[in-house]
Design a protein around this ligand. Structure first.
Ligand code: ADP
Ligand code: TRP
Length: 321
């Protein structure tokens, strides 16, 4: 049986890129094997959030994942910081991780290119991520395409550790399905909180309609035929529509007399329908936060049990016990 593991950062309001790029894969995979899902609160400290904001986001994210259908029985659902063993493992891993490997990380280089002045946490981010994965001997790590390189770093670090000290870690594989690789945002760039171009997973209806209407398109007039394959609205519609609905919209684009406003309205309705059952469940959870806290607490206990098995072995291999 494969062990599946993934983490999601509580770095803002979850968006549909997170859903299709990460959450949905886990929901599918949790049916196949044992899964570990955690809220990466330690990672989000690299952006120095306010303490009260971080606390709030962690709770929100827990509610949102459960609302999406994460099953707390078959999945071990926990907060990264509730298993402090991960930071200890990170230290051991740091000592087999070349600086050059981290300097080549795209996400680090991109942030620097965008003018962030990096802290050490941002630089060693992939080592903490490796610790997240290796601590639980995960086999399969579902993530979006942007995390591919971080997984390669994890594999390199694991191989290096195993060669240096002896077999301690399972070498994990990424799970990055092609058809959901990168979800575009309102402006056509990759949807990301850091680009401010996101569509919330559970936003209120009115502001969300406004957001959908603001999706960037070209300036073709209502009557003109349009190209579905280069249109951002159509790309997003693919996520929600049935094959028949998709073909119908494609034909309308090509025929003309179908404005972007119409397409956006259809997209908005498809989005609302798609998430309606999850919205309902979310409301119920928000009224029952004790239940949510209890799930995370139980998840942390289960996770720590597993973490200790790996850590005991690693401590021995490196020679500190
Ligand atoms: P953001 O870029 O908005 O800060 P995160 O870095 O918190 O998003 O990503 C959380 C998870 O969602 C990761 O697994 C990431 O790969 C995935 N993800 C984020 N944005 C997208 C996207 N636009 N398309 C596909 N997957 C995405
Ligand atoms: N870095 C991931 C992201 O930004 C979140 C994450 C942290 C993660 N640790 C992980 C994902 C371990 C998978 C496995 O999306």
């Amino acid at each position: 049986m494969k062990r599946i593991l993934t983490g999601i950062q509580p770095s803002g309001v979850p968006h549909i890129g997170n859903f299709f790029g990460a959450i949905r894969q886990v929901l599918e995979l949790q049916k196949m094997g044992e899964s570990f899902v955690f809220i990466a609160d330690l990672h989000s400290l690299t952006t120095s959030p306010k303490a009260e904001d971080l606390r709030e986001r962690v709770k929100r994210l827990a509610v949102d994942w459960l609302a999406c259908g994460l099953d707390p029985e078959s999945s071990v659902f926990y907060k990264q910081s509730d298993v402090p063993e991960v930071t200890e493992l990170m230290w051991y891993l740091s000592n087999v991780t070349g600086v050059g490997l981290l300097e080549r990380a795209h996400s680090y280089k991109d942030k620097i290119a965008k003018g962030f002045s990096p802290n050490t946490g941002l630089f060693t981010y992939p080592v903490l991520m490796a610790a997240d994965i290796l601590l639980y001997q995960a086999n399969l790590v579902p993530v979006g395409k942007d995390q591919k390189q971080h997984l390669e770093i994890t594999r390199d670090v694991a191989i290096r550790f195993n060669q240096t000290y002896g077999e301690a870690f399972t070498i994990p594989d990424g799970y990055i399905p092609d058809n959901v690789a990168v979800i575009p945002g309102l402006d056509g760039q990759k949807m990301s909180k850091s680009y401010n171009n996101t569509i919330d997973l559970f936003g209120d209806e009115k502001p969300m309609r406004k957001k959908f209407m603001s999706i960037k398109t070209d300036s073709k007039g209502m009557e003109e035929p349009k190209d579905p394959d280069t249109c951002n609205v159509f790309q997003l519609y693919k996520l929600f529509a049935t094959p028949e609905q998709l073909e119908e919209m494609r034909a309308r684009y090509i025929a003309g007399n179908y404005g972007y406003g119409h397409a956006k309205q259809a997209l908005f309705e498809a989005y609302m329908d798609y998430f309606a059952p999850m919205r309902k469940r979310r409301e119920e959870l928000l009224n029952n936060m004790d239940y949510v806290d209890a799930i995370l607490k139980k998840g942390a206990e289960r996770a720590r049990g597993e973490a200790m098995k790996t850590l005991t072995k690693v401590r021995e291999l490196v020679g500190i016990v």
